[in-house]
Design a binder for this molecule. Structure first.
Ligand code: PLP
Length: 438
């Protein structure tokens, strides 16, 4: 009885969801979604990390429809990939045009102009005055793997440094850097020689890594995310990246900035490291750079990319359709969209702060631009509540909002970079109501 009264009181207080609202016709997963999931279970690996049963049929901008006709607001952007939202007409057009010319030719063995066009444009965006060269990949993992190899090749040193809660990928080299969750590493040893320090703690780095287990002259590269993504949207404290740059310069260590999740405008600058004026030796990227298609890059100063023919290569890196989509994405973003990221990012943070002020167990937003997260807190000591976080994400899904967790108890908000105010207001209103119900 008391529970029902509390539920009714909570419903009476629900935040009205504006016109941009999602529309749920059939409680998800509906019958068609359930059928797909049943078939999926029989053929797709159990290692994937699906949290809730969303089965997409099509998308448009910030919206995605499931196979049962439900309309969702997508605040995951395919994990920061769909920078311009779903099915942007310009991206669809260049994909059509390029696929009618040729689908693949292997940039490792042959030349094609769209690869050069894309690489010129991408390299021109990377901080630092020196000329850049890039190695094109198909994923973030592959970009970091290439960075590990280049760093070892150039320095002839064996070790690497990374930070607790970081995520750099899952292949054996990039997994050696990753220090995010035990299930990502369990039973995969032996890995490469990587020493980890707490994120933001320069003193620990000096005293315990350089001072005890990783003599700087043995360290090839130091890998850092300017905002730890999978680790919970921890923004680098001021002075941290600058401190790393100084130490790398002092010891001849290559500074690798992983912009796989933060890059290509999501933070409000082309690269998040620009917020601190940092020039990396190597920058790695992927997710949004192919405009929704698999494409990544390891970009280094031209003088560093000194390895000879055959030292590293791949078959699919720099696929022509992905390059065409990536180039068009950069052109569209260049046309005032970074300003949209900054203003909409502030708006999103403001709206989330209002929710946080109303609901004591939701922490204030943290992030930059349209890369924002809130922590779900248990009690008054700030402890993260991963279980309730998952319940809130599930409740948001039931109401038509796609969100993803990150870290131990955080929820991230990743709308497309061309998101509109109404979409943000609608998403936050749904989130607010979902959090109250969970
Ligand atoms: N680096 C960062 C910062 C990431 O967030 C991710 C993926 O989430 C990766 C690397 C790995 O990228 P991918 O999944 O494309 O291999």
């Amino acid at each position: 009885m008391a529970l029902r009264m509390r539920q009714r009181a909570a419903e009476a207080q629900e935040t009205p969801v504006p016109d941009f609202a999602p529309k749920i016709k059939v409680p998800p997963p509906g019958p068609k979604a359930r059928r797909v999931i049943e078939r999926d279970r029989k053929v797709i690996t159990s290692a994937y990390t699906r949290g809730y049963p969303f089965v997409i049929e099509r998308g448009e901008g910030a919206y995605a429809w499931d196979v049962d006709g439900n309309k969702f607001l997508d605040f995951t952007s395919g994990v920061a990939v769909n920078a311009l939202g779903h099915a942007h007409p310009e991206i669809v057009k260049v994909v059509r045009e390029q696929s009618a010319k040729f689908l693949h030719m292997a940039g490792t063995d042959f030349y094609y102009e769209i690869m050069v066009d894309f690489a010129e444009r991408l390299c021109s965006l990377v901080p630092g005055k020196s000329k850049k060269h890039c190695f094109l990949t198909n994923s973030g993992t592959e970009s970091n793997e290439a960075a590990i190899k280049l760093a070892r090749y150039v320095t002839r040193r064996p070790k690497m440094i990374a930070f607790y809660n970081c995520f750099h990928g899952r292949s054996m080299g990039s997994l050696s850097l990753t220090a995010s969750k035990p299930q990502q590493r369990r039973h995969f040893a032996p890995l490469l020689d990587v020493a980890h320090a707490p994120y933001g703690d320069l003193k620990f780095l000096d005293k315990y890594l350089f001072g005890k287990i990783a003599p700087p002259e043995d360290v090839a590269a130091l890998f850092v995310e300017p905002i730890q993504g999978e680790g919970g949207y921890a923004v680098a404290p001021d002075g941290f990246l600058q401190g790393l740059r100084e130490r790398c310069d002092k010891h001849g260590i290559l500074l690798v900035v992983d912009e796989v999740q933060t890059g290509l405008g999501r933070s409000g600058h082309w690269w998040a490291c620009e917020h601190w004026g940092i020039v990396p030796d190597i920058l790695t990227c992927a997710k949004p750079v192919g405009g929704g298609l698999p494409l990544g890059a390891m970009i280094a100063r031209a003088d560093l990319m000194s390895w000879p023919t055959g030292a590293h290569a791949n078959t699919f890196g720099g696929n022509p359709i992905a390059c065409a989509a990536g180039l068009r994405t950069i052109e569209i973003l260049s046309d005032g969209l970074l300003e949209n990221v900054r203003t909409m990012g502030e708006h999103l943070a403001r709206r989330l702060a209002e929710v946080s002020a109303r609901q004591s167990q939701i922490g204030p937003p943290h992030g930059l631009g349209l890369l924002q997260a809130v922590d779900i807190i248990r009690g008054s000591n700030g402890e993260l509540d991963g279980e309730r976080r998952n319940r809130i994400v599930d409740a948001a899904f039931d109401r038509g909002l796609l969100l993803l967790g990150c870290g131990e108890g955080s929820i991230r908000f990743l709308p497309p970079l061309n998101a509109r105010k109404g979409e943000i207001d609608a998403a936050v209103a749904v989130f607010d109501n979902a959090a109250r119900s969970a």
